[in-house]
Ligand binder design. Sequence first.
Ligand code: NAD
Ligand code: ZN
Ligand code: ZN
Length: 404
Amino acid sequence: MKAVCWQGIGQVGVEDVPDPYILNPRDAIVKVTATAICGSDLHLYDGYVPTMYRGDILGHEFMGEVVEVGPGVSNLSVGDRVVVPFPIACGNCFYCERELYSLCENSNPNAQLAERLWGHSPAGIFGYSHLTGGYAGGQAEYVRVPFADVGPLVVPESLEDEQVLFLSDVLPTGYMAAEQCDIEEGDTIAVWGCGPVGLFAIRSAKLLGAGRVIAIDRYPERLGKASAAGAEMTVNYEEVDVLEILKELTGGRGPDACIDAVGMEAHVRGVSHAYDRIKQAMRLESDRPAVLRQAILACRSGGVVSVAGVYGGFVDKMPFGAVMNKAITIKSGQTHVHRYMRSLLERIESGELDPSFIITHRLSLDEAPLGYEMFRNKEDECVKVVFLLVPRPSVASPISIPLS
Ligand code: NAD
Ligand code: ZN
Ligand code: ZN
């Protein structure tokens, strides 16, 4: 089969690889119909996540048709159309029982590697380095889905792939980022980053009752989508002093909660950017935490900083004095996708949410190298790349009835 493989820093290629097969009784094989590139894939592409090997199959946002199930999977049938959550979770362990699926204790066969870096291991993740299990990803024609009796969500035929695909990751991720803010009616929420995660965080913050959302980025097309998602105000961080403007907009107090939807590759001009870039390049600092610093400083006392952006290792010059003295609560995590899929699907079915508005580029799998490059460099106003492997006939297309 064909699959998108990591070939080194800044290089991906479409390669012929062996088809996956059922390894364990609880596996299923899914024929992928649609898959997308995530901001997290860019951290792999740019070489900031260790333990990527040449030939690793990428991709953790995917959906498709079940073509085979192991003897331990009784809730899925061949032919079911499913969206697959990006963390792999067993459904039975300490964390799964508490619905903290991205912390599953049984799905990362390389847990000892992660423990060395983080103390404990998170769940396994599709296509996301050997640190999180070395699983083959879903930017491929077929994928093996472990614990398939727990993760995949069957979706109705009435909805298009483009409407439900993002249940696999970025929609629940934006939702969890907003939920972590403990929003009270009328709160002001600031969101750094208007990529797919930030856009869904904005939309979710509004659904959860935020009075005002302030969106921060530098690309006009992304700020435009932020307004469409519900942000009352947009801030171009290249034009103004973000900390100053947030103070001004909140009577000096600061936003009630701040969402970091940027992560370890934050871009900032000036001395502090140079400092982080150099330290990151020299491996003295694994992540560039410019947005995290700003969010902590901007947040009102007693507020929440919700971190959806991915960080991998160590950050420098963290204003922890501000966290302590302002009584800030920091919440973070890989998303517990399984927890949110069903309720978000209901919102899509009812028409309350249409996640497809983030898509700017629809490509074939063969065009993956181009897709990665465009998304990485934010060229051609690229916000989200989707690879469509099997175009579905549009369910909305009228049936033509011959007149005679
Ligand atoms: P993206 O690359 O499309 O978006 C990132 C955005 O941040 C860009 O629009 C960029 O212009 C903006 N940005 C960069 N520097 C900034 C700054 N200083 N101030 C404000 N904005 C800035 O990526 P995405 O798909 O939206 O993902 C965003 C982050 O979320 C990534 O770190 C990704 O790894 C992470 N993520 C986390 C989870 C999770 O489970 N927690 C899931 C999916 C993605
Ligand atoms: Zn992702
Ligand atoms: Zn588990």
